[in-house]
Design a binder for this molecule. Structure first.
Ligand code: BTN
Length: 236
């Protein structure tokens, strides 16, 4: 599908996702893109704020109009597309960290927030992609865990790469992205824990749930739903 027609770019905006949702509610077509120079109240998953230093992090939101399944694999499809976009910009290898992040060398370079209105047949795909922030310039709470695409990439290059990669991925069946995701699963084999359990990540199922081999000798596997858990990942 074609992404970026029309393209609305704001100098300053509260949240590009909020703007894209407003446009979707008033009938904007699939592929409508909202970006900005400065996002003042960006939103992350699970109600967390998302801060975007001016000029350092791209805030990118697209309207998608189609049959939307919830919960579904759309955020994972988007994750694969962001990996492909980042690699087309010169990064060697990018991985999806279930459920909504993209990592370069074990550090987060992008977060994804999909907000859907299935009953009205649309979703907004929001991507925050760090472009130029030096690793040591991230706020202290993220330092050592966040990174940028770097390599002299500009916002214009990054928007173009996201439009192409996302447009291509969204034309494919979701199951194609799950196959690709198996090779880009940053958590596979890693020790993880959440509020009520811990174990070793063991892949992602056809519905986009994370499978975890639970600690102990039971051989039991937990099936984690993206909406429900906040994961901690042990250091390598
Ligand atoms: C996360 O890591 O929790 C997801 C972050 C998503 C941030 C992007 S920036 C563009 C779009 N607008 C928002 O307000 N949020 C998303």
């Amino acid at each position: 599908m074609l992404i970026g027609r029309p393209h609305l770019h704001f100098r300053t905006v509260g949240s590009t996702n909020t703007e894209a949702r407003r446009l979707a509610e008033s009938g904007a077509g699939s592929g409508t893109l909202v970006t900005c120079d400065e996002q003042t109240s960006g939103r992350g998953r699970q109600g967390r704020p998302w801060s975007s230093p001016v000029g350092g992090t791209l805030a990118y939101s697209v309207v998608l109009r189609r049959k939307i399944e919830m919960p579904g694999t759309l955020p994972l499809q988007v994750g694969v597309a962001v990996c492909e976009a980042v690699e087309s910009l010169g990064v060697d290898r990018a991985m999806v960290k279930w459920p909504n992040d993209v990592w370069i060398e074990g550090r987060k370079c992008a977060g994804i927030l999909v907000e859907a209105r299935p009953q009205d047949g649309w979703a907004v795909i929001g991507i925050g992609l760090n472009i130029t922030i030096a690793d040591e310039d991230f706020p202290e709470e993220f330092r050592g865990r966040a990174t940028s695409v770097g390599r002299g990439v500009t916002f214009v290059n990054a928007i173009q790469a996201l439009n192409e990669a996302l447009g291509r991925r969204l034309d494919l069946d979701g199951s194609d992205s799950l196959v690709e995701l198996a090779d880009r699963d940053a958590l596979r084999g890693r020790r993880i824990s959440w509020a009520s359990g811990s174990g070793v990540a063991d892949g992602i199922d056809g519905q986009g749930n994370l499978l975890v081999r639970l600690d102990g000798n039971s051989g039991q596997v937990a099936v984690l739903n993206a909406g429900e858990v906040h994961l901690d990942v042990a250091a390598d």
